[in-house]
Design a protein around this ligand. Structure first.
Ligand code: SF4
Ligand code: SF4
Length: 503
């Protein structure tokens, strides 16, 4: 990388982002020390356009990722994994065995406590007080005494994390999510976009305790019951959802979910794309792919087309376009609008261009006639690629994780010492299940978990107007752990006795 000292104002932004820390600003001018790998990170943030790639830079090109570092001998690339050793780019490091990391992965599996002896479904509740949980049972498993404590716990810190499989634009992250119930009721917000899915958070302690809390709780409950619910995103879309069903965004049913972003799709299907057109643009709100510039196109010998597209270039052939209600979740409404300019000196009559979404739902094929791209029916090679895209899609659906914290009172039903219980959960000595379903327990303090609501038996979650959700919870452990954590030994009874009740 070279610095144009006339342009450089010494702002230091390049110094902040250089992954190898080889740029330093001295006397208001950036200086690049030895070891620069031409990753171009600095160039992307320079407000004065003062950095330029060094065309004659000596080094070996790393092709392990789209950054394509040019690594000088004896130095690392931007990710600090690859090194140029005597003119050869090699991965520094070795393959590890599981044994080597076992000590880091605390909370080892204990097969004996994986399954609860009984479930909390139908058990009743003792909340909020210090009484033992309704059922504390013991049984023998492979010669070892196992204890399961069950309760139906009201969880007031809870919420739902919705995953909506769609490329369609639903709204900006952090925007509020409403339902219309005799007026607008705020029940959550847009979280993130995660590789082909939009994430929405509903409920949580702040919303459940707000003036709209009961509306939020009721909406979550309706979702848990599998009903259709209409959500409104502030400055965004209307999203109709039902658990396990295809989402409907602004009245459009999103039938399929893409296999990857525009760049991943390009990488996956590059061989089939070779004959489909001279240039292929895969429009995608995450990353838009430009085939002839993309590493996979280059690898296969695709000739760089004279077409340049809009958007912020991430790395070669990978572009960030504005998000919107246009094609592939971008703001491009008409396919040719994605073209920034054409290098007319290199553009040849008859040049073909295929523009598609990652799902192949929308596509258009063009041929250059004079200085105009004219749409025409795609040839069989292009259709073969579109068909490949379509057949690689999954069915879109709405799924949800229930998110909650097991509070002090719920833990009081297990033990007189909630802190010991918490520690034992994190150490893997106590297994928590929700109606038998295995949750993910967050690291850190307390017992916060996420559980797939479709794994919880239908009808075993209740809504209480505090507002809170009542979930069946089981704590399963060896008897010695139950004693160690100060469990309510006095309430222990044989599992058979409980199972025979009501027979
Ligand atoms: S190209 Fe990469 S390694 Fe070189 S100075 Fe810029 S940020 Fe640092
Ligand atoms: S894998 Fe690492 S060294 Fe290689 S191009 Fe990518 S960032 Fe650079």
């Amino acid at each position: 990388m070279k610095v144009d000292t006339q342009k450089c104002i010494g702002c230091g932004l390049c110094e902040e982002v250089c992954p190898l820390e080889v740029i330093q600003v001295h006397e208001k001018k950036a200086k690049i020390a030895e070891g620069c790998c031409e990753c171009k990170t600095c160039l992307k943030v320079c407000p004065e356009d003062a950095l330029r790639p060094d065309e004659k830079y000596e080094g070996e090109k790393c092709t392990a990722c789209p950054v394509m570092c040019v690594i000088p001998e004896g130095y690392f690339g931007a990710c600090k994994r690859y090194v140029n050793e005597k003119g050869k780019v090699v991965r520094k490091g070795r393959i590890h065995t599981y044994e080597e990391v076992k000590d880091i992965i605390k909370g080892e599996e204990d097969a004996l406590i994986e399954e609860p002896l009984i479930l909390g479904i139908g058990s009743g509740t003792t909340y909020p007080d210090f009484r033992p949980s309704p059922f504390i049972v013991s049984g023998i498993r492979e010669g070892t005494e196992i204890v399961t404590v069950v309760t139906e716990a009201p969880l007031s810190y809870s919420g739902l994390k919705l995953k909506i499989d769609t490329d369609l634009y639903i709204g900006e992250e952090t925007k509020s999510v409403y339902v219309l119930k005799k007026g607008r009721r705020k029940i959550g917000h847009v979280c993130t976009e995660e590789y082909g899915s939009k994430m929405i958070s509903l409920g949580g302690v702040n919303i459940l305790t707000s003036k709209d809390g009961l509306f939020a709780a009721k909406t979550i409950y309706e979702i848990l019951l599998g009903r259709w619910v209409k959500l409104y995103v502030e400055d965004g879309a209307t999203v109709e959802i039902s658990l396990g069903k295809t989402p409907v965004v602004d009245g459009k049913k999103e039938e399929v979910m893409r296999v990857g972003c525009g760049s991943a799709t390009t990488g996956l299907f590059a061989p089939t794309m070779m004959e489909a057109a001279d240039e292929i643009i895969i429009l995608d709100g995450h990353i838009t792919g430009l085939f002839s510039e993309h590493p996979s196109g280059r690898y296969l010998g695709k000739k760089r087309s004279p077409i340049y597209i809009k958007g912020k270039k991430s790395t070669d052939g990978r572009y960030f376009l504005n998000k919107g209600r246009g094609i592939g979740g971008t703001d491009i409404e008409r396919p040719l609008d994605v073209i920034e300019y054409v290098d007319w000196e290199k553009a040849k009559e008859g040049l073909t261009l295929l523009i598609t979404e990652t799902t192949g739902t929308f596509y258009a094929y063009f041929r250059l006639k004079g200085k105009e791209f004219v749409e025409e029916p795609p040839p069989k090679e292009a259709l073969r690629f579109i068909e490949l895209l379509r057949s690689s899609c999954e069915k879109s659906k709405v799924s949800a994780l229930f998110s909650a914290g097991i509070g002090g009172s719920a833990r009081a039903g297990v033990t007189k010492n909630p802190l010991r219980l918490t520690r034992a959960v994190h150490e893997g000595k106590v297994r928590i299940t929700i109606g038998g379903a295995r949750p993910f327990v967050f690291p850190g303090g307390g017992i916060n978990f996420l559980v797939d609501v479709e794994k919880i038996k239908y009808g075993s979650i209740y809504l209480s107007p505090t507002p809170s959700f009542i979930l069946p919870i089981e704590y399963t452990m060896r008897r010695e752990t139950f004693e160690e954590i100060g469990g309510h030994i006095e309430a222990l009874r044989p599992v058979e006795e409980v199972l025979n009740m009501g027979k």
